[in-house]
Design a protein around this ligand. Structure first.
Ligand code: UDP
Ligand code: MG
Length: 137
């Protein structure tokens, strides 16, 4: 059993597809063990995406992530880190496989609806970033 952190980004919340995204995870034998809707400050977004601090898109990305509410969740299941990434699809929606969340809903490489931890190390940083142990069951 593994856990991963996923976020429905501000564009996904605005498009009213919170339920659609949750359904795709739940229908793939994954369990939502933590869930909340929050608003990130720019500083929160900068800390969350600190691994990208040298990238040219860092400022724009963190502005976007703090422009409206997001839904953060912890998902549990077998190989859930890589399986969530498969259901999400490639970062750039033009490269995302048909039927993935990003292929179906994302507008562009920045506004791509969902986040998912990319490794066990990332999940270990990202889960406690948003959730305490008592919020996970
Ligand atoms: N991003 C962007 N431009 C790029 C690459 C990424 O705006 O050229 C944004 C996009 O929202 C992406 C996030 O930065 O989801 C984090 O990038 P990463 O490479 O970690 O992609 P992910 O793991 O989300 O697929
Ligand atoms: Mg990433």
């Amino acid at each position: 059993m593994e856990r991963t952190l996923s976020i429905i980004k501000p564009d996904g919340v605005k498009k009213n597809i919170i339920g659609e995204v949750l359904k795709r995870f739940e229908h793939n034998d994954m369990r939502i063990v933590g869930l909340k809707k929050i608003v990130l400050s720019k500083g929160d977004a900068r800390n969350f995406y600190i691994v990208h601090k040298e990238r040219p898109f860092y400022d724009s990305l963190t502005e976007f992530m703090s422009e409206g509410p997001v839904v953060v969740m912890v998902i549990e299941g077998e190989n859930v880190i890589s399986r969530v990434r498969e259901i999400m699809g490639a970062t750039n929606p033009t490269e995302a496989a048909p039927g993935t969340i990003r292929a179906d809903f994302a507008s562009d490489i920045e506004h791509n609806i969902v986040h998912g931890s990319d490794s066990g190390d990332s999940a270990s940083y990202e889960i406690p970033f948003f959730f305490s142990a008592m919020e996970l069951s």
